[in-house]
Design a protein around this ligand. Structure first.
Ligand SMILES: Cc1cc2nc3c(=O)[nH]c(=O)nc-3n(C[C@H](O)[C@H](O)[C@H](O)COP(=O)(O)OP(=O)(O)OC[C@H]3O[C@@H](n4cnc5c(N)ncnc54)[C@H](O)[C@@H]3O)c2cc1C
Length: 406
């Protein structure tokens, strides 16, 4: 009996779990190795869904049960809270935790290994040997790098490919529905809401509560505030409360109180009351700098990159998890369609690398709204288009965006 083909997957989040599910479906043996020693949690981060994400969840076997909260409408509000624009766009908003839970359930726990940090690999054209910091070594026909935007797998083979800072960052958090004022619950909680001061975006939508609680009264409201800040400002923000300099983000409990106080003061001068109420009820706001990149090759010998390790876009489309699912499905489709693994991997690269790049470029176009580094006439035209009243409702987190190039 010939042995099954085997993949070692590095990264136990969205793309790693999608890859495991799709590869198992075509008969491969898979093992997932995740650096974190404990189960992954998403700090209440909200995730916009797309038809492609639903399709990938169904096809992978994860399903879409109790996925999230359906909102019917998008609204834009001004500083006083008055509705100045409105669109009907039914959409399910979910959370990172729910997706992780659904995908995690697709894999036999015996093949999901927490506490394993990839360090290096060797490959000879047929096999890959994969080494982990904890001392374990694994052998496989294929290594799948699903280890995120700062992928160590990618760095081992293409260290020149680096994420690029967009020149802006977000403050975020998710207050509990139960803590919000009745006016906030009435005016913004049921909607996907935009508030758009010059060169900023405040965005909110409802998501499930702790343990995917979807009951009214037990949900949360995902709050995101885009702000411009250059690399030197970001560096200064990345000095934590103990004085330690971090590379690109600070663990929420260590964010300096003076930064949070200044952020709250700035918010008071630009935000409508309902968003201020949200912010007041976020005990520990945290910031995330926005980066993107697209690797010119997503197959390097017997190594295939998937999800954010292959390409990562600015989050304006809310498409990262859908892309992770699409990458994993395309990888499995290519391997199912070719006996020769190398031919299959070439096919995967040819199909998915251009898609990742297009998505990244689209994110850059939408990012021109914030007015950072507008180099070309096209950038300036797009930036202008996005300033039009209501434009963000038509472009941010909408389905089928690649068919709607400006
Ligand atoms: C602010 C923001 C908002 C977003 N909103 C949306 C949205 O609305 N909708 C959407 O679809 N997407 C959204 N995204 C994008 C989405 O979160 C990512 O695209 C998605 O998480 C990528 O999944 P991934 O598994 O490829 O990478 P990650 O989720 O980053 O997972 C990588 C995993 O690899 C592990 N790892 C790293 N290094 C190693 C190593 N050396 N060894 C072993 N394991 C390792 C990490 O611990 C981690 O668990 C958003 C992103 C941001 C920043």
């Amino acid at each position: 009996m010939p042995r099954n083909r085997r993949a070692v997957i590095v990264g136990g989040s969205m793309s790693g779990l999608f890859a495991a599910a799709f590869l198992r479906r075509i008969g491969w043996d898979v093992d997932v190795f995740e650096r974190s020693p404990v189960e992954l949690v998403g700090r209440g981060a909200g995730i916009t869904t797309h038809p492609e994400l639903m399709a990938a969840l169904e096809a992978s076997g994860a399903g879409t049960q109790d996925l999230g909260i359906e909102v019917e409408r998008r609204i834009t509000i001004d500083r006083t809270g008055r509705v100045i624009g409105e669109r009907r766009l039914p959409q399910i908003l979910t959370s990172w935790d729910r997706l992780q839970r659904l995908l995690r359930a697709t894999i036999d726990p015996a093949h999901y290994h927490l506490g394993h940090s990839f360090t290096r690999l060797e490959q000879d054209g047929h096999d890959v040997r994969v080494h982990f910091a904890e001392g374990r070594t694994e052998q496989a026909d294929l290594l799948v790098g699903g280890d995120g935007i700062r992928s160590a797998v990618r760095a081992a083979l293409a260290p020149e490919v680096q994420p690029v800072y967009a020149g802006y960052y977000i403050w975020r958090g998710a207050p509990n529905e139960a803590d919000l004022a009745p006016e906030t619950l009435r005016d913004i909680f049921p909607y996907f809401v935009f508030h758009v001061p010059p060169r900023q975006q405040v965005i909110g939508y409802p998501i499930s509560g702790f343990n995917n609680d979807l009951r009214p009264g037990h949900r949360r409201y995902n709050f995101i505030w885009y702000r411009v800040g250059d690399a030197s400002q970001l560096k200064e923000m990345c000095v934590d409360a103990t004085g330690r300099q971090h590379e690109s983000s600070v663990p929420p409990p260590l964010i300096r109180p003076d930064l949070i106080a200044a952020m709250r003061a700035d918010a008071a001068s630009i935000m409508p009351p309902a968003f201020l109420d949200c912010l007041d009820h976020i005990a520990q706001p945290f910031f995330t700098p926005i980066y993107d990149f697209s690797a010119p090759r997503i197959v390097l010998g017997r190594v295939a990159l998937v999800g954010d390790a292959a390409s990562s876009s600015r989050p304006h489309m809310g498409f990262g998890v859908a892309k992770a699912g699409g990458d994993a499905e395309a990888l499995a489709d290519a391997l199912a369609g070719h006996d020769d693994i190398d031919a299959a991997l070439a096919r995967y690269d040819a199909v998915r690398q251009p898609i990742g790049e297009r998505i990244m470029l689209h994110g850059r176009r939408l990012g021109t709204h914030l007015g950072v580094d507008l180099k070309t006439a096209e950038d300036r035209a797009m930036s202008k288009l996005l300033q039009e009243e209501g434009a963000l409702m038509d472009w941010i987190g909408v389905p089928n965006f690649l068919e709607r190039q400006p």
